[in-house]
Design a protein around this ligand. Structure first.
Ligand code: SF4
Length: 243
C-alpha cells in the first residue's frame, strides 16, 4: 500500500494502527453538541481555534435564540457576536455564520446540502468542516484534516505532506472508506491527548511500536524531548522534613 509520497505503508502496520485506535478511542462521534445539520455546521465554524468544550458552553443559548438557518440569516451581527465572543475570532465567525446561513436560505431552502461540492461553496466552510458535517449528519465518509490529523499522520509516516488536501488524499488511500470519519475523529483525540504538538507523550503512547517518529524523538534526534507521563502526587511530592 503506497501513499502519494511513493512510500510504502505496510498494510499490516496500518491494520494494527486502526485496531489500536478503535480499542483506545471507541467513542468516534463528534464532541460538538447538536441536534441537526445546521447546528453542527454552526458549531463546527465556532470550533476553529477553540475547544469543543468551550463551544458546547456557548451553543445552548445560541441555538435557543437562533433555532434555524433563517433565524441566523436575519441575525443582528452585534448580538450574534456577543453570544459567541468567548470562542475567539468572534467577529469573523459571526460574519461567516450569518453569510453561510443566508446562502443556505437562498440556495438550499434553509437546509444543509449533503454534498461536499455544495458545502464548500458556503462562507466559512472548507473541506474540514464539510467532512465533519457529512460524516456526522449524513453518514457520508470523509477524512477531516485539521492540525492534529496532519501532525499525527506525518509522525506515523502515513504522509509527508503539509497541505491538508494532500494529506486527505494520502489517508484516503490508506484507510478503508467506511472508516474515514471515525479515523479522523480518533486522530484528533490522539493529537489532543497524547501526540501533542510540542511534547508528544511517546513513552505513554500505545502506537509507539508502530511509529517511526517515536524512535527518533525518544533518542532526541528530532523535536523536543518527550515528556514522561505524569507521576502520581505521592511519587512527585518532596520528602517530608523530620524535625
Ligand atoms: S509514538 Fe509519539 S510521535 Fe508516534 S504517535 Fe505516539 S506520541 Fe505521536
Amino acid at each position: 500500500m503506497a501513499n502519494r509520497t511513493g512510500k510504502t505503508v505496510d498494510p499490516r502496520r496500518m491494520e494494527r494502527i486502526l485496531a489500536l485506535l478503535d480499542e483506545h478511542y471507541p467513542e468516534s462521534e463528534t464532541a460538538l453538541s447538536h441536534e441537526n445539520p445546521v447546528q453542527l455546521l454552526v458549531a463546527t465554524i465556532l470550533s476553529a481555534q477553540c475547544t469543543d468544550a468551550r463551544v458546547n458552553l456557548v451553543t445552548p443559548a445560541l441555538f435557543r435564540k437562533y433555532p434555524d438557518a433563517r433565524a441566523f440569516a436575519r441575525a443582528n451581527l452585534r448580538e450574534l457576536e456577543a453570544l459567541i465572543r468567548s470562542t475567539g475570532f468572534f467577529r469573523s465567525k459571526a460574519r461567516n455564520i450569518r453569510e453561510c446561513c443566508r446562502k443556505l436560505v437562498e440556495d438550499f431552502a434553509g437546509e444543509v446540502p449533503p454534498r461536499l461540492e455544495d458545502l464548500i461553496t458556503l462562507p466559512g466552510v472548507g473541506r474540514k468542516t464539510a467532512n465533519v458535517v457529512l460524516g456526522s449528519c449524513f453518514g457520508i465518509p470523509g477524512i477531516t484534516v485539521d492540525t492534529h490529523v496532519g501532525r499525527v499522520s506525518r509522525r506515523l509516516g502515513l504522509t509527508r505532506h503539509e497541505d491538508p488536501v494532500k494529506v486527505e488524499f494520502d489517508l484516503m488511500k490508506l484507510v478503508p472508506e467506511s472508516r474515514w470519519s471515525s479515523f479522523s475523529l480518533q486522530l484528533i483525540l490522539h493529537g489532543r491527548r497524547i501526540c501533542i504538538s510540542r511534547r508528544p507523550l511517546c513513552e505513554a503512547c500505545f502506537l509507539r511500536d508502530l511509529c517511526p517518529y517515536s524512535a527518533l524523538i525518544l533518542q532526541g534526534k528530532v523535536g523536543p524531548r518527550p515528556r514522561k507521563p505524569a507521576l502520581s502526587a505521592a511519587k512527585t511530592a518532596p520528602p517530608r522534613r523530620t524535625v
